[in-house]
Design a protein around this ligand. Structure first.
Ligand code: ADP
Ligand code: AMP
Length: 215
């Protein structure tokens, strides 16, 4: 089963990807995580992407498309039951390239989930986000605080926050989302492919909607 999970920054893609990945044995590919990994390893790709990401801008399509297609075609582990692509495609150009590259192959998409959250909720989610650099668990100081302040419940590592999770960058990320990603959501909706999840709800209710949506 191959899934795309879409939605604005802070809509819960990463949070529910962890659960989807475990439950359905999927390879979770977050383009944001791939970029952050490249940045911390100072690869050529990371160096090129960093300035866009820090400023809250999307990385150019060509760079993202190459990274994703290279991963799906050459690097994806063979022992999963499909992929879960988180944060891609984010522009119509990416959606077009992705469709052309995957149509009629094993990589074709089965479900497209859209995590629907009103913009005014997102600020607190993004500014309160903390995550564990060791095991990847995602927390929120307002909505899902760890038991011990700034320490991961699962592995005891100190939590960190993303350098692009600040007010200035968020404004740009949301306006890029409206201008460039919303048309992709609309495109999938117009083609009857989108499964809309009310992601402004309790964690358990969201999970039960997701399970229903993918049957
Ligand atoms: P995305 O990957 O879409 O950017 P995340 O999954 O990282 O979003 O979630 C953003 C923040 O919002 C995190 O701090 C997370 O704990 C919190 N969050 C996610 N879903 C909910 C929810 N349903 N209610 C409250 N907080 C949530
Ligand atoms: P995310 O972790 O999904 O919030 O992504 C973090 C940042 O990585 C985004 O703000 C973009 O700068 C960049 N990025 C991730 N995915 C994409 C994509 N599909 N297209 C362009 N830029 C992306």
């Amino acid at each position: 089963m191959n899934i795309l999970i879409m939605g604005a920054p802070g809509s819960g893609k990463g949070t529910f990807s962890s659960r989807l990945k475990e439950t359905y044995n999927l390879d979770h590919i977050s383009t944001g995580d791939l970029f952050r990994e490249n940045i911390s390893n100072s690869t050529e790709l990371g160096i090129e992407a960093k300035s866009y990401i820090d400023a809250g801008h999307l990385v150019p399509d060509d760079l993202v498309n190459r990274m994703v297609l290279d991963y799906l075609k050459n690097k994806m582990p063979k022992d999963n039951d499909g992929y879960l692509l988180d944060g891609y495609p984010r522009t119509l150009e990416q959606a077009k390239t992705f469709k052309e590259a995957t149509k009629g192959t094993d990589l074709d998409v089965d479900h497209i989930l859209y995590m629907d959250v009103p913009h005014d909720i997102l600020k607190k989610r993004i500014l309160g986000r903390r995550s564990c650099p060791e095991c990847g668990e995602i927390y929120n100081i307002y909505f899902k605080a760890p038991q011990k302040e700034n320490v991961c419940d699962h592995c005891g590592h100190e939590l960190s926050y993303r350098s692009d999770d600040n007010e200035e960058s968020l404004k740009i990320r949301l306006s890029d989302y409206d201008a460039l990603t919303q048309p992709v959501i609309d495109f999938y909706a117009d083609h009857g492919q989108l499964k809309k999840i009310n992601a402004d709800a309790d964690f358990d209710d969201i999970w039960s909607d997701i399970e229903k949506a993918i049957g």
